[in-house]
Design a protein around this ligand. Sequence first.
Ligand SMILES: Cc1cc2nc3c(=O)[nH]c(=O)nc-3n(C[C@H](O)[C@H](O)[C@H](O)COP(=O)(O)OP(=O)(O)OC[C@H]3O[C@@H](n4cnc5c(N)ncnc54)[C@H](O)[C@@H]3O)c2cc1C
Length: 440
Amino acid sequence: MGGCASTRLPGKYSNNIGAEVVTKQMITRRTVVGSLAGLAGAAVVSGKEAAAQTSPAPKVGAQQWDVVVIGAGVFGSWTAWKLLKQGKKVLLVDAWGPSNSRASSAGESRLTRTEYGGDEIYTRFAWESLPDWIALSKKAELPVFHPVGALYIYQKEQDTLAASMALNKKLGAPMHRIERAELLKNYPQLGLDGIRFGVLQPTMGAIMARRGVQMVVKEFVAEGGTYKQLAIQPPKPGAALDAITSTSGETVRAKQFIFACGPWLPKLFPEVIGTKIVPTRQEIFFFSPDAGDIRFDPPQLPAWVDADEPGVPYGFPSLETRGFKLAIDAHGPRVDPDTNDRIISAEGLKQVRAYMARRFPGVSKRPLSESRVCQYENSDNGDFIIDKHPKWDNVLLVGGGSGHGFKHGPAVGRYVSELAVGKLAKVEARFALSSHKYQG
Ligand SMILES: Cc1cc2nc3c(=O)[nH]c(=O)nc-3n(C[C@H](O)[C@H](O)[C@H](O)COP(=O)(O)OP(=O)(O)OC[C@H]3O[C@@H](n4cnc5c(N)ncnc54)[C@H](O)[C@@H]3O)c2cc1C
């Protein structure tokens, strides 16, 4: 973190129709940067401005930015921060705020693992991202990363496991096989019918999603980036793109634009993305164990994935006393992220209770303590979409996290920033728009 903590900034925030308001109140950078609530409410926050001026900050729309990143989810936030580190003058904007409750990066926790069936790209991305998450966690007042371990349980031998083990060994990522007898001994709270063996990654675990993204934005701002709450309109077709416009009528000029709008990408680019990304409704359940029952707390229970079970249930121990968390990875119905209501279904709850009765009997009858509804933003095959806009050379589209993108935030940010500054000559074929099919 550079700069002087006592430097004063004019206090600015947006009213609820997006118009910028400059308050008379003067707030320190530490005040804004030091509070998550301040971050979400502060429309304009700039470390460089703080160091450079005592008069009110110029309106962000009046500036020419090197890069504007649209979308402060996990992909956009890390991209903005990595671009700043490449020396770029960066504006990050979001319609509702970093990791807001409708974003795919919202909510409590995300699993990080490097068991990817031996897939080089995602294994390496996940492993490369971990030090950044750990470093961020060390800076944060509350943990961003909980190294509770990641356990996969299997009903049959896996064709890809040997390759995955070999790749993880090469990278130095701890991963070992646990036979059934040892699983029974180590995890007596698990009902293991049908389970033959497990694989444990003891140094992996849970990233705190909302807190993590908001910390990234705080650090980005503290190091000189600017964040503003702006909802950007779909860019108008034309020969070139040198400016974008917000719904409040503000024009933002830049040399480059990076759209990291998650499940909203199809709405912004209906022709280019369309159904190459399909948002689906995903339900998440929390159950509080019996009073005094610590079997579902870390370290007794790691994060876990029931890999061969239909729907692939997965979950977390009670992190920070939130409760035992359970979700089903199978894609739910298609949804619109703007209108998707956030009430879990009775069928979903019935399904997870039936599953818990077998696999987690000690908590299966406990009342639901909390729930969430989020959306995956799925590409056709789960590969990310990271590519230049086919018409505009200065526009990158970044998305398609497909239910597994969160952990890769730092690596995606590094990758996209290198693409943007020309350090990478061409896009990875698997991320290219042309590699992804429309999904009907
Ligand atoms: C329930 C659930 C569980 C998951 N579990 C895991 C897991 O265990 N491990 C893992 O690695 N991944 C997991 N994922 C996947 C991962 O969370 C997502 O792939 C990732 O968060 C997507 O991030 P994003 O930045 O692309 O999108 P988002 O987080 O949705 O960010 C996009 C942002 O763009 C903004 N925006 C949209 N339109 C505009 C506009 N017009 N103007 C300005 N801003 C705009 C939005 O407000 C939003 O903040 C899970 C996802 C869900 C939903």
